[in-house]
Design a protein around this ligand. Sequence first.
Ligand code: SAM
Length: 583
Amino acid sequence: MPTLNWIGKEAVEKHHKDVPYRLLEPVVELSCGEEQSGNLIVQGDNLHALKALLPRYAGKVKCIYIDPPYNTGNEKWAYNDNVNSPEIRKWLGETVGKEGETLDRHDRWLCMMYPRLILLKQFLTDDGVIFISIDDNELHNLRLLMNEIFEERNFIANIIWKKKTNGNNVGHIPAVHDYIVTYAKNESSLKLFEVQQSDEYIKSSYSNPDNDSRGPWTTSDLSANHKGPYFEITNPVTGEKFFPPKGRYWVFNEDEVNKRIQEGRIIFGKSGTARPVQRVFLFERETTQKVDTWFDKQGYNADGMKTLSDILGGKVFDHPKPPNLIKFLLNFATDKNSIVMDSFAGSGATAHAVLQKNEEDGGNRKFILIELDENNAKNITSKRVRKVIHGYDFKGKLKKTLSSHKLNFQALKKANTILEDFEKLKAQYSQEFNKIKSEVNDGCLQLVGEVEVEQKMPPLPGDFLYCTLSVDPLFEANGHIRSNVSFSELAEFVWFCETGTGYTGKADSPLLGIYEGRAIYLLYNGILKDLTEQGGNILTKQVFDVLPKFEGVKVIYAAANRLGGNAKRENIVFKQTPYALEV
Ligand SMILES: C[S@@+](CC[C@H](N)C(=O)[O-])C[C@H]1O[C@@H](n2cnc3c(N)ncnc32)[C@H](O)[C@@H]1O
């Protein structure tokens, strides 16, 4: 497999291992509602934040959406678009040494992304998926990077998202799209949900030209290229005989074909004289479909801007994504209890989308956002999410598309039916909207409902904990555990070291939990109510006797072991803190 090389690659390949484990420090005054809700906004460099979150969330995140700097080289962007911020320069200076100062902007972008992607992968569930927004500046590099880190076999799609309606004549072929590069953690475990077929799709695919009492129908092939029945089908009216096309076979046997001809489920084209086809009715069809790679109906950049300025007022952030776009990804990539992560959070559009999706389907998805810029995190990311949770002042029109038809020849032919449908919908929705009108948008004839919101957008229930990262890491430079690390903080870490998975226990007992048949214990910080250094943190006979019992293998982390030969007899694997705590 071809691999990508760049200046600084060697320096960053193992860098994620050297990043120290920091602790999350809650900031209550910037949080919202219930602290333990499971929703998090972390302010800090995502390299450190991801490392800090791993012990709790490794292998638990179903969907990651990130929108990293595109590396356009456009300095005036509010965020660190060309990876030139003091933070990153400092990091590059420290990590890749002198070379870092002279790196070309693509090398620097790759150096920035590599360790973060390695860490992100560790968060995904086995059936998890990562979506990465990007444009032509780094698409090619990102694909190779992802092939290396996530493996080529886990590539799912390069989604094309239409981000604006015109390219303002910029460049030779103005680009009106971005990409959303999509990889699975493990392609064979991935199950993406199907989405509801749009009315537009259904209406353009099914019709009822012969007024069949079973309702609208369409035709589908009666032959397939895998081996199957091969015989002559006779048109009972004309007597004409048909074999399957060359290299193909019928999908039903002779009896079934004759039965279906009787039932009018196999017809000879709409004319009655063509080759036999299946007649498939709308009522017996799934109305869901897989998602295609072309997204042009999930909102544009301008919608993202409009939504954010409605919430925070003015233009406070460049290029926020429309929540609808992210919500659409959540539709098919998450279930109601999934954890969703965004480690380049910006204006918090991902949290907005999660809250909207939960409101729509009664779900309990959780979000974890990370934002580097302190001002953004305090005054944009968390402020937006708080306002969305409480409902924000909004006076204006809210629009909802009730029906949409592409303006093509077929639609023109059935213009009367479409207008009749519009009238029915107008009557159906007349109470819900102040105004319902038809308009042409983006090549579609649409029926749009408008409602005047006088004061507030309805709240979207949710809570979040705002955190920063501790200045000092969990371990001191000499390898000792920092003195103010709590039992639960170390418990998460011990569990992660021992199992490689995130800790979900309560950490209120020296027995942290049982994993693959072995019990994992931690003696630390007076968990047995003995705070003396020589007491509670050391494995003695008295301590062992009061530990919660377990028959099988007991892995015990403690500062020292005074059990001698008894440890083996008791099925104990002793691990000395802090030395055994290496990940
Ligand atoms: C393109 S914006 C994301 C926009 C976001 N999707 C939205 O819709 O608002 C990228 C964000 O990543 C943040 N960022 C850049 N480097 C980061 C890092 N190392 N750690 C965390 N956030 C970072 C920037 O401050 C910026 O807010």
